[in-house]
Structure formats: structure tokens, C-alpha cells
Design a protein around this ligand. Structure first.
Ligand code: D0W
Ligand code: ZN
Length: 623
């Protein structure tokens, strides 16, 4: 294996290195465009042919990267400028493409395509033959149903369809990813993924953040557990135990916004849910995107270009095409083609997702003229935070009312708590999930979690951090993690946990720049070009500098910290503590709890009952 450390005997001529970097940049735009275009074609029309074409294009891009890595390694970087060294190292440490053996790279590329296709085409069916897509069918059941058994069916059927069948592929994927990591001088793939943050203590940093935030989560968990107890009763909910995973209104229990009607502190106040208004006013996906784009341009940020509106896929096609519905934003690396692919449903959740995806595109456009290796977030968490920061302003009742998405708002403490509850059900509920997804995978990659414990260790983390349990006992025949897009799609996840923390730091800084002085949760930076400039100056840096520099450019601080998040939610924290106290609910889940059998209390089908009765009488006659 060629060591990746640049050779000390190599070419020490920096002018030659800079010429190489220029050549790399021109060729990379051509090669990456072809790769992204083939991937886009597959994602927006899943066929065997398009999958093969996408695999071929991905291999071609990997071979390009591998060839360029070899050339970058020939330079002796001693005495080179920091910038030249940074660019060369981003061409050397390229991830999977550094895999030595071509057959390993081909196997991994095919495995990734196969896992993504299985997830994206998964459609469990009922005995009566009706089949259900994840989006929108199962998503709608999970968010709207309050029937314990129906929710259980959707939750279990999805995992049977795309979870267990992925287990074997995943075990092989882990081996190949670790081979790739070693080719990047990393001990395992978790270490390689963490290396993107350019700190040597990312695990301690995220653990420290989670320790600060877990009391807030545990208080919300205890409050919601009480509300679910009032709906489902003591047969299903133990007030001092964990909560069954399928009744949170979300397939992965990662967002509890759909439980707002159960959790709203003051139900007689005007609603803060815009879904009914979006429908009532006849909003289309296109209209939702235009409203989002207008918020970005109101800050002086770059508008979505013509190509974006012509080439994006803003809703699920109705021509029978299979598509990857999981929303995503795309940079075609040609400095002018940027797209979003989303199976947009007319809901509040999807309106927020639109801002999230548009935040990615804004970042792509702000750094489009940088050298290709710098066209990334300052760290992956930064890329995830951009859209969500703007959503923190858009989501305020004042803003939603001003753009006609709420018919009325009241401006008092009770209305504030209703709003903060809706934000907590989305943001606070997510924190343990955002944290555990890569805790789980880091341990698989470093060998702590062997294949024989894939299920056991997953549900240990889900219990430890989220305080949830499966509605039915799981075994090592299952593989529930693969029922979450990012696992079969090979997409790291700690970036989202980090984003949910730093987006409040950014929000705080942008609000100050916008001259907003009230409580953070009421701030709306709409039309503030001062805030927009502060943000775009950071976005323009891409990954040309380490992220503490980018953090400092916006917030003045060089660290990620949870202070802004906690101060944003402070009024709600006080409310939750008082409510839990009043109800005698203790945050946490000290009692273990065997999940009620989901078939518990299910009415036995009449036909089955008849058979039992006949048998009974026959036997009675004999004896
Ligand atoms: C070509 C490509 O892959 N491009 C990347 C972008 C890039 O890397 O340049 C990309 O588009 N990734 C897709 C992914 C989609 C979403 C997601 O997966 N979100 C997480 C966590 C979460 C949940 C709630 C929330 O408010 C924010 C985040 C989940 O749903 O679990 C779906 C809904 C929102 C974001 C994304 O946009 O991050
Ligand atoms: Zn994102």
C-alpha cells in the first residue's frame, strides 16, 4: 500500500505544485460534473440502466481522483504555503477512491447502489394487496394515525422491507469502508469521517454538548410521555419507563412535531401549524420554493438561478418513474448548475425542509468560484446549519403571519410557549437521535460492535439516549438501522447533531447583526442585509479555512457550544420543569419495560374465532 504521507524526496517546486492544482481544478469540474449528472439521472429515474450508468460514472470519478492523488503525493510539501499544502492534502485524503484494489472499489460502489435502491424502492404491502411507499404513504400514517396497531404495522412493515434484508450487505460495506479508511491513513472509517472536523477530540466535544443538552431532552421526554399515556393508557405507556418507538408521529422517532396537538400548552390560542393554511390557500410545491427563495434574497443572498427552476425536481413525478424521494440538494461543480430533488408534500415539515435544502444551494453558490477542494462546508455541520438558521426566523408566528401562512397570532407568554413547544418537538427531540446515529456506526467501524450485536447495540443506544424501546422484541435477524436513509446511503450523521447546536449560535449572531434585541426565539432577520452579509462572508470561505475561523467570523467565538440553544428555549425549560413537577413525572426512564405485544388486545378475526369455537365443541363432545 502506498503510504499517503507526501514523499520527502519529491518535487519541492511550489510553482509546479500550483500548476498541478490549476490542472486538477479544470479536470475535476469536468469529471465531477459527469459523476453528479449520472447520479442525478439515476436518483430521478431509478432503472437498472441508470443505476449501472451511475456506478460507472462513480468509478470513473474515483479513478480520476486516485490518479490525481498519486500525482499530489509526488510533491515534497516542505516550505510550501499553508494554502498549497491544504489543497494538496484535500486531493490526497479523498476517501473511498483511495482504495488500492479495483475489485474492492467496484464491489463497494455496486453495494452502495444496491443498498440505496433497496431503500428508495421499498414498498411494503398489506395482505389485501395495497402497497405503501415511505413518502408519502407511510410518512402520512406515522404522522396522522393514533391507532397503536396501525402505527405498529407501518413501523414494522418498513423495517421488514428495507431493514433486515440490508444486514448482510451492510456487514460487507463495513469491511470495504474500513479498507478505504486505511488507504487514507485512518484506523477505521469512523476515524476517517471524524477527520473532516480537523480536531482530535470530536467524540469528547459532541459528548460534552450532549451532556449539557440531555436534561432539556429528558424533561421534554417526561412531558410527552405523560401526554402519550393520556392517549394510549397504562397498557402501553409506563410513566417511569421508556416509550414505544412507533407512536411519536415519525418513522424514526427523531422529530415529534406531529404530536403538537397533544402537547400544546394552551390549546385555545391561535394555531402555529401552517399545514392547514398551506392547503387552504392552495399552495403548490413551486409556490413553497418561491416563498423560501424570497426569504434568502431579502437578506441580499443569491437567488436560485434559472437552471435551478428549470432542472430541479420539486415534487414526486406522477408518470410512474421510481425516484429517490429523500430530499437532497445538488452541486454540479460547473459553477452554474444547482438543483433540489424533493417529493414535496404540502406540509409545514416540507416547507422547513425546502429552506434546509435551499441553504445547501446557497452555500454551493457562495463558494462556486473557489478551487474544487474548497467547495465544501467549513465542516459538514456548517453545511447542514445554513438553511435551518433561516428557518428559525421563518418559523416565528410573527413572520408566518406576515407572509399569510398563519391567519392570526397573539403576542403573549402563552402563545410564546405554544410556539416554543412546536420548536422543541422538532429540535430538542432530534438531539439524542442526531447524537447516537454515528455513535452507533463509529463503534461498528472500530470493531466494538461486531455483526453479532448490530441489533443489540442499536437498541441499547436508542434506550440510553432517546428513552425509547421497540414496540416488539427485536432479534439479530432484524437490522433496524438500515430503515433510516443515511445508513444504507452511506451518509454520516453527526453533522446534523452539530448543526442543531451551532444553528442557534448563528441565529444569535445574525439577530444581533440585524439589530434584533428581544428574546432569541422571537427574532426574525427577514430583510436584514446586515445579517445576510455576515452569513455570506462566512459561506464564501467554503472549506478554505478550518471551521473555528469560520465560526469566529460569524459569532466571534471559536467553539461550538449549546448556550444559545439553551437560552432560546429557556422559557419552555421552566414550563416543562414545572409541569413535570406538577404531574409528579420524573425525567428519565429508570424502570425497564417489556414492550406490550402489539397484538395485545387486537380483536381476533371472526373466522379464526369460529374455528376455535368449533374445535372447542368437538373436543367437548369427545371428552
Ligand atoms: C447530493 C446530496 O446528498 N446532497 C446533500 C447536501 C450536501 O451534502 O451538500 C443532501 O442534500 N443530503 C440530503 C439531506 C436531506 C434531509 C435529511 O436527511 N435530514 C436528516 C436530519 C435532519 C432532520 C430535520 C432537519 O430539519 C434537518 C436535518 C434526516 O432527515 O434524518 C431530509 C430533510 C432535511 C435534510 C440533507 O439535506 O442534509
Ligand atoms: Zn442537509
Amino acid at each position: 500500500m502506498t503510504m499517503s504521507t507526501p514523499s520527502v524526496m519529491g518535487n519541492n517546486n511550489e510553482t509546479a505544485a500550483i500548476m498541478f492544482l490549476d490542472e486538477y481544478n479544470e479536470q475535476a469540474m469536468v469529471e465531477y460534473y459527469k459523476d453528479v449528472a449520472a447520479s442525478w439521472t439515476y436518483n430521478t429515474n431509478i432503472t437498472d440502466y441508470n443505476q449501472e450508468q451511475s456506478v460507472a460514472a462513480s468509478l470513473a470519478a474515483s479513478n480520476f481522483e486516485n490518479g490525481m492523488r498519486t500525482r499530489a503525493l509526488e510533491f515534497n510539501q516542505t516550505g510550501f504555503s499553508e494554502n498549497t499544502k491544504r489543497l494538496l492534502n484535500k486531493i490526497i485524503y479523498i476517501g473511498d477512491a483511495a482504495i488500492e484494489r479495483q475489485e474492492d472499489l467496484v464491489e463497494l460502489t455496486n453495494l452502495l447502489a444496491q443498498m440505496e435502491t433497496r431503500y428508495s424502492t421499498g414498498k411494503p404491502c398489506k395482505e389485501d394487496g395495497t402497497c405503501y411507499s415511505l413518502e408519502p404513504d407511510l410518512t402520512r400514517i406515522m404522522s396522522e394515525s393514533r391507532d397503536y396497531q396501525e402505527l405498529y404495522w407501518a413501523w414494522d412493515a418498513w423495517r421488514d422491507e428495507v431493514g433486515a434484508p440490508a444486514r448482510q450487505d451492510y456487514a460487507r460495506y463495513v469491511e470495504l469502508k474500513n479498507i478505504g479508511a486505511q488507504a487514507n491513513d485512518q484506523p477505521d472509517n469512523g476515524a476517517y469521517w471524524r477527520s473532516w472536523y480537523e480536531v482530535d477530540n470530536l467524540e469528547e466535544m459532541t459528548e460534552e454538548l450532549y451532556t449539557q443538552l440531555s436534561p432539556l431532552y429528558n424533561n421534554l421526554h417526561a412531558y410527552v410521555r405523560r401526554k402519550l399515556y393520556e392517549v394510549y393508557g397504562g397498557d402501553y405507556i409506563n410513566l417511569r419507563g421508556p416509550i414505544p418507538a412507533h407512536i411519536f408521529g415519525n418513522m424514526w422517532a427523531q422529530s415529534w412535531l406531529q404530536l403538537l396537538d397533544l402537547c400544546i400548552p394552551y390549546p385555545n390560542k391561535p394555531s402555529v401549524d401552517i399545514t392547514p393554511v398551506l392547503i387552504e390557500k392552495g399552495y403548490t410545491p413551486l409556490r413553497m420554493f418561491e416563498v423560501s427563495d424570497e426569504f434568502f434574497t431579502s437578506l441580499g443572498l443569491i437567488a436560485m438561478p434559472e437552471e435551478f427552476w428549470n432542472e430541479s425536481m420539486l415534487e414526486k413525478p406522477n408518470d410512474g418513474r421510481e425516484v429517490v424521494c429523500h430530499a437532497s440538494a445538488w452541486d454540479f461543480y460547473n459553477q452554474k448548475d444547482f438543483r433540489i430533488k424533493q417529493c414535496t408534500d404540502i406540509t409545514q415539515t416540507d416547507f422547513i425542509t425546502i429552506h434546509h435544502e435551499m441553504g445547501h444551494v446557497e452555500y454551493y453558490m457562495q463558494y462556486k468560484d473557489l478551487p474544487v477542494p474548497y467547495r465544501r462546508g467549513a465542516n459538514p455541520g456548517f453545511h447542514e446549519a445554513v438553511g435551518d438558521v433561516l428557518s428559525l426566523s421563518v418559523s416565528t408566528p410573527k413572520h408566518l403571519h406576515s407572509i399569510g401562512l398563519l391567519n392570526e397570532v397573539s403576542n403573549d407568554e402563552e402563545a410564546d410557549l405554544n410556539f416554543l413547544m412546536s420548536m422543541a418537538l422538532d429540535k430538542i427531540s432530534f438531539l439524542p437521535f442526531g447524537y447516537l446515529m454515528d455513535q452507533y456506526r463509529w463503534r461498528i467501524f472500530d470493531g466494538t460492535t461486531p455483526e453479532s450485536k448490530y441489533t443489540e447495540d442499536w437498541w441499547k443506544l436508542r434506550l440510553q439516549y432517546q428513552g425509547i424501546i421497540p414496540p416488539v422484541t427485536r432479534t439479530e435477524e432484524d437490522f433496524d438501522p438500515a430503515a433510516k436513509f443515511h445508513i444504507p446511503a452511506d451518509v454520516p450523521y453527526i453533522r446534523y447533531f452539530i448543526s442543531f447546536v451551532i444553528q442557534f449560535q448563528f441565529h444569535d449572531a445574525l439577530c444581533k447583526a440585524a439589530g434584533q434585541t428581544g428574546p432569541l426565539h422571537k427574532c426574525d432577520i427577514y430583510r436584514s442585509t446586515e445579517a445576510g452579509t455576515l452569513l455570506s462572508n462566512m459561506l464564501k470561505k467554503g472549506s478554505s479555512e478550518t471551521w473555528p475561523n469560520a465560526m469566529e467570523a460569524i459569532t466571534g467565538s471559536r467553539t461550538m457550544n449549546a448556550t444559545a440553544l439553551i437560552s432560546y428555549f429557556q422559557p419552555l425549560i421552566t414550563y416543562l420543569e414545572a409541569e413535570n413537577e406538577r404531574n409528579g413525572d420524573v425525567p428519565g426512564w429508570p424502570e425497564s419495560y417489556t414492550p406490550a405485544d402489539p397484538n395485545f388486545g387486537v380483536t381476533v378475526q371472526p373466522s379464526t374465532a369460529a374455528i376455535f369455537l368449533c374445535l372447542f365443541f368437538i373436543l367437548a363432545r369427545i371428552f
